[in-house]
Design a protein around this ligand. Structure first.
Ligand code: MRU
Length: 371
């Protein structure tokens, strides 16, 4: 099964609306940086690598829109330059194009704080933009679109490579627990943690998956369970507080999760609840693996304490969708990610190989390693 989380169609970006899965399967259409930023913020698209790819398309869409004649009107929120069209201007100057692009970068950078892939994608697109700034705006837009397509294709290749390395770590018959959704839906395709499961199954290993429900947004129950069912990989859903019980009964052979940002010392930020799973895994001598493309490693920060942790709306904890169960007036916290210290990580699975007991020197060496 090929899940196309993001796809380019009719000169627009289409993204599966992950908020309504698995009850409904629907693509939403995006045509500007601000609309893509809103898609990221509202979790239509989520998962670190998918956010990075979406942001890259957001930049390309903004360039296409700003350079189109007549000056393109967005399907969604107007950008500051939409007034130019209202004034009867069909073209914008190079200076206005540049200001519009900067506004696009800014709105995308403000969409979500934790997944470093967002900033990685924007940095890469900025580099390309800088390299072709002397060309016409239309040529710049086409070059940026080509780069976004390349980032998407590259992400799938990287996931495949990680999958192959990760599959070797799993024994035939392994029962593997995962938290959140690090699948095709969280990437351009195949997945990071779920990519490891897909690669293991493809290699003929009879693995089975235990999916943590992942309160409060239910990425495990809604998305991971859905992907594994579609893929015919045996999957059992548990609530987050059942992981310890399963481990204590000897029903978990390994844990594989994804990540939103790895600090230079190997500390791992991932979906809230991951730290709890890592502590339990250590208590029960179960290997704890993190599938992690290099684009998720942030060598600019010293430790997990420097990773910005998103706090989301209290509504997500009070209930789900229209159903509310918390007492009115109660104080609520909703940190969306936590940090697992490097010492609890058995290994990082990357596209350049497996890094056992990751630390600063090993991560530095990973970036220096020839591809
Ligand atoms: O809030 P989300 O759904 O974007 O969080 C996603 C996760 O925490 C994933 O585990 C992580 O991004 C890795 S995805 C390959």
């Amino acid at each position: 099964m090929r899940v196309e989380t993001l796809r380019w169609s009719n000169n627009k970006l289409e993204m599966i609306d992950q908020r309504i899965l698995p009850a409904s399967f629907e693509y939403l259409i995006y045509d500007s940086a601000s609309s893509v930023a809103e898609g990221i913020r509202s979790m239509v698209v989520r998962g670190a690598p998918a956010i990075g790819v979406a942001a890259a398309y957001g930049v390309a869409l903004e360039a296409l829109r700003l350079s189109s004649k007549p000056f393109g009107l967005s399907l969604s929120k107007p950008s500051p330059f939409d007034k130019l069209r209202a004034n009867g201007n069909e073209n914008i100057s190079d200076a206005d194009f540049n200001v519009g692009m900067e506004a696009g970068f800014t709105v995308l950078a403000q969409s979500r704080p934790t997944a470093v892939n967002l900033f990685w994608g924007l940095k890469r697109m900025r580099g390309v933009w800088e390299s072709v700034k002397n060309q016409s705006n239309a040529a710049v837009a086409q070059r940026l679109l080509t780069e976004a397509h390349e980032i998407l294709a590259e992400d799938i290749r990287i996931n495949r490579a990680m999958g192959a390395f990760g599959a070797e770590l799993l024994a035939d018959g392994a029962r593997v627990l995962t938290h959140c959704n690090a699948g095709a839906l969280a990437t351009a395709g195949w997945g990071t943690a779920l990519g490891v499961f897909r690669s293991a199954a493809e290699a003929g290993k009879k693995i089975s998956v235990i999916a943590d429900e992942t309160r409060p947004f239910l990425q495990g129950a809604r998305l991971t369970a859905w992907e594994m069912v579609q893929e015919n990989i045996p999957v059992t859903l548990i609530t987050d507080n059942m992981a310890g019980f399963m481990m204590s009964r000897g029903e978990v052979d390994a844990v594989v999760v994804g990540t939103d940002r790895v600090a230079s010392n190997g500390d791992v930020a991932n979906k809230i609840g991951t730290y709890m799973v890592a502590v339990l895994a250590r208590r029960h001598n179960i290997p704890f693996y993190v599938a992690c493309p290099l684009s998720t490693i942030d060598m600019s920060i010293g430790s997990g304490a420097d990773i910005p942790i998103e706090e989301r709306s209290a509504d997500e904890v009070k209930g789900f969708r229209d159903c509310r169960w918390a007492a009115e007036g109660v104080k609520i916290r909703n940190p969306s990610f936590d940090v697992t210290p490097a010492e609890l990580v058995t290994a990082l699975i990357t596209e350049r190989g497996v890094v056992h007991q990751p630390g600063r020197d090993k991560l530095r060496a990973l970036f220096e390693k020839r591809q």
